[in-house]
Design a protein around this ligand. Sequence first.
Ligand code: XMP
Length: 169
Amino acid sequence: MKVLITQEEIKKRVEELAEEIRRKYKGKELVVLILLKGAFVFAADLLRRLEGVEIRCDFIKASSYGTSTESSGNVQLNLLPSLDITGKEVLLVDDILDTGLTLKKVKDWVLEQGAKNCETCVLLDKPERRKVPFKADYTGFEIPNHFVVGYGMDCAERYRHLPYVAILE
Ligand code: XMP
């Protein structure tokens, strides 16, 4: 395993992202939907820096069947938030933007529910891998096309607890 992004680099970047989001939504209501499972560590660090934003928080889970490192492209939503998002401003938080299929599917679903607006925030982006055009509103780091683990991301449920992002070789 090779460290790609250190704990210190993540901390600094998460602070910057949170500041950008805080500036935009300060004093406003914001529904934050965290994509399970991979985004739970990132979201926990990010949300604790969003003081002053009126946050309601819920979870959503999408899965696409395939191998452990390659998505099949058939994205299904299999855990939906219980919060009513009609007319709300929504921020989707995910660990990594890869082909774009997951966030596109989830964002389309959020807007279909009648949300007022839906922004997206990802820790990592692998632009080379995109299959559908998708740009996150807030991106932590662009990375090359490697399978990464740590800071919430896994391989067969391992490595999620690592405080850094590493390339699984
Ligand atoms: P798509 O391709 O739909 O994928 O943009 C997004 C989801 O795929 C998972 N993913 C990864 N998980 N290391 C991981 O642990 C990776 O390098 C990786 N690339 C994609 C992840 O769940 C993400 O939300």
